[in-house]
Structures are given as C-alpha cells and as structure tokens.
Design a protein around this ligand. Sequence first.
Ligand code: PLP
Length: 428
Amino acid sequence: MLSTLTSLNQTPVFGFSNSPDDTIRALEEKYGAHHYERLDVVVRQARGSWITDVNGKRYLDCLAAYSAANPGHHHPKIVNAMIKALLGDYGSVISNVVYTDPLGLFLSRMASFVPQLGTRFGAEGNKVLPKNGGVESVETAIKMARYYGWKAKGIPDGKQEIIVFDRNFHGRMITVVSFSSSEKYRRGFGPLTPGFVSVEFGNLDAVEAAITPNTCGILVEPMQGEGGMQVPPQGFLKGLRAIADHHDLLLMFDEIQVGLGRAGKRFCFQHEDVVPDGLVLGKALSGGLVPLSVFVTNTKLMDMAFNVGSDGSTFGGYPLACVAGVTALDVIEEEKLAEASARQGARLKKAIEDLADRSPHVKEVRGKGLFIGIEVKERNAMDFCRQLVKLGLIINDSHGHTIRVSPPLNITDDDADLLVDRLGQVLL
Ligand SMILES: Cc1ncc(COP(=O)(O)O)c(C=O)c1O
C-alpha cells in the first residue's frame, strides 16, 4: 500500500488534458456514437451539488445524473471507502467463483435495507442479485416473473406475458426497448422480444382487461421518470397489489430512478403502503461512482428461479462496487437523505407552484420529494432548459414537454433558492 501511495504522487492525472473545450467536443463527435443530445457544457469536475466546466464556470446540478448522484457528487465517505479498497488491494474483479467480504456485506445490508418483499411467499427475508447498469437488473426481474409463470403457474415456456405501461422507461437493451412506447427506441432494431402487453399508466381497469391465462407479472415504475415525470393517481400501486394477489402475478417495481430517497421516502412505493414482490434499484446505489444495480426479491422466489448457471455477470457484485454500495447505503441512512428530500422537495415544489401561478408558460407542476416536473404549455421544455444552462444550471427535459427538477437530495436551502430564482428568470 505504501508503494502505491508513493507512486500515486508521480502518476499523471488522467482527464486533465487542459485541451480547450472545442477539442474535447471534437474527440467525442469523431470517435463516439452520436446517441445523446448533449448540453453545451464540457465538465471538468463535480462535487456535491456543483459542477465546474473546463473554463472554471460553475453550474448547479439540477439533474443529479438522473438520480445517480443523489448524495451529491464525489461524496467524501464513499470516495474514501473506494480509495481504501483500491489501496488495500481488495477492489478488483476476482470472479464470482470465489467468496469475497465486500459482496457478503453488501448483500446482507441490501437485503435488510428493503422491507420484506413478496410477503405472501413467506417471511424468511429477501435475497439480492447484483448487476451493473440498471437495465440488467430490469432483465433479471423479467426473468424472475417469466420463470415464476412457468414453474409455479404452469404457463407453457415461451408463452409468458408481462403487463407494462405506456410511456415506460426501463433502459435501452433489446428486451426492454421491445415494449417501449417510443417508436424511436425500437425502429430498425428487430426482431423484438415478445411477451409484453402495454396499458395506460394509472389505469387499473386496463390492467384487469389485459390479464390472460398466460400473464405472469406486472412491471411498473411507481412514478415515471423518462415518461414525463408522471405521478400515478393515489391508490394505483395498491390497486396493482390487489390485482397481482388476486391473479397470482408477480408485481415488480422499477425504482431505479425514484427509489433510495429521491421521492421523499426510502422507496417510492412507501407513499402507498404497499410492497412489491420484486424490486429493481440502481443509479444512486453506489452514490453514482460505479455502475451497480440489484434485483431484490423474497428468498423463496429467488431460490426458485436462480440456481447455478441460470444467471451471472463478471462485474455483478464485484468488490469495488460493493464497497461503494455498502457505504452509499450508510450515507442514505446517516444523512437521512429521504427525509431531506421530503423536506426540501415540499419547499421547492411550493416555490415552483407559486412561480407557476404567475407564469404564462407552465401547464402543471407535479412530483414527490425532489422529483419534480414542470410541464410547459408549448411542449418545448428543452428551450427553457437551454436558457437555464446559460444561467448556470445543469438541467434537462423529460419527454419533451417537462422540465425535470431533480437535484442531489442534500441540496442546501440557498442552492434551492438559487434554482427557483433561475427558473423564475425564464418562466415569468
Ligand atoms: C426507471 C428506469 N429504469 C431503468 C433504467 C436504465 O438504467 P441504466 O441506464 O443504468 O441501464 C433507467 C435509466 O434512466 C430508469 O430511469
């Protein structure tokens, strides 16, 4: 460790080329896929709620990397834990054919961080299957529901159906884009994965009507992020729970964007006092420092569906990610991030609603905790966002018509006030 520390001082700092921003942009344009529309900012550093560009200009982060940076960027406690893991030579992938301390610690911490899921399957606790990007864990949830349909309900393999919702967003791999409502996500990428039926978000009658003898599960975001920051009618999640129980379906919640305090509770589903059978988490699970996602479910279900060879991932649950994960869960608890999100979210939403009352542009303000959408009448949210970037905010739209307000959960009152001031400058 001492030799690593000594040589650290001599290591050139990668990522500080001091190139002008045009050169950095040009490299990305020439060598990268053009799959993102970028804001015109070249970022050099980020700490807490603030981001600094290559010219030293500071921006207030109102996006928090779509909820990945919930505890703020480079949270010191998580960074220190990761540095220790690297300096102590226990951070690398060794392979899941051996046991490692960090994985066991992370799994046990994660299993009890979530309330007992799938209560009708017993109270023997939860089990956790770790992956990297969020979409991988969504696929794990889909595998779980299909397996349950086949094994427990006797649906012929290949015929299982899962109910999903219009305007859903669960990631970008083939299976999940197969049931996206967005034509752009699917066109030209066929053959698509069958076995999904999409119905209106918030409509319980539509869910009932979509059920067939082959239905094995329901996959839903308790609030939709990419779909325009949509809050379903109160009672929707409870209704889904009742339908799932009645028809023996697995109810899966994707809380990759709205879980871990974002919506003002540890989990968004706690707003309705229901628990799902399976839960998908990602993004902020590592404090946004390395990719880490999980599928969590009742012990009985996990043991039923997954055994040697039926799943796996080289990096899923590797030590560095687990160290980040355990520490990020500590930070959520110690710093009461869910409570902070509820308090600041209520304060911010009230201020934005006051502003909306006076604005000719705002159609609706909606959200819970620090997950707030401002839908604009002209459906051109990005035009407002580009003006806000010039005023020093990192902010973007959701679904074209809604300005997304989702800063780090520990944003200060002063910074939240600054955000409202800048919103006022473009919306009034
Ligand atoms: C609700 C939801 N599910 C899944 C994903 C996919 O996660 P990832 O991009 O890490 O694969 C996202 C990403 O934004 C998301 O918001």
